[in-house]
Write a new protein. Structure first.
Length: 161
């Protein structure tokens, strides 16, 4: 098996209309959600793109186009599942993933364990192989002004040579 690495990024603005905030497949209460065609889970979107990138596959927009009404409101865990399904079809597996959320609010740390417990079984790894961290943008740019949330993710996958 050969280790391959992918990088993913996503950003969504906060929604003007009431909708839940979902990050890493976990509902974060006491705050409003992000705007998007799906549930706008930036962590899952970045993670799926990292997995797809490691395999040399097209990004999530190819597999779940915003023009497809069937994808409207889709749970982003399904997007991660699709990436893992493609990986397994190629006889590969996830070695580990590492994600960073960029947000001024809400506080992410209280939700990290639940995110890891949600994502680990989908990825087929132990929760300690799922890195999730958060940082602020130090009040700089759109994230710093509290206009939205962004996420970066890296994925190391193992594929046959």
């Amino acid at each position: 098996m050969i280790p391959l690495t992918g990088l993913g990024y996503d950003i969504h603005r906060f929604s003007a209309s009431p909708r839940p905030l979902i990050l890493g497949g976990v509902r974060i209460h006491d705050t409003h959600g992000l705007d998007g065609h799906s549930d706008a889970d930036v962590l899952c979107h970045a993670l799926a793109d990292a997995l797809l990138g490691a395999m040399g596959e097209p990004d999530i927009g190819h597999w779940f186009p915003p023009s497809d009404l069937a994808c409207e409101g889709i749970c982003s865990l399904r997007i991660v599942e699709k990436a893992v399904e493609l990986l397994r079809a190629g006889k590969g597996r996830v070695a580990n993933v590492d994600c960073v959320l960029l947000a001024e609010a809400p506080r992410i740390l209280p939700h990290v364990a639940a995110m890891k417990e949600t994502l680990a079984p989908i990825l087929g790894v132990a929760p300690q192989r799922v890195g999730i961290k958060a940082t602020t943008n130090e009040k700089l740019g759109s994230i710093g002004r509290g206009e939205g949330i962004a996420a970066f993710a890296t994925a190391c996958v193992l594929l046959p040579e």
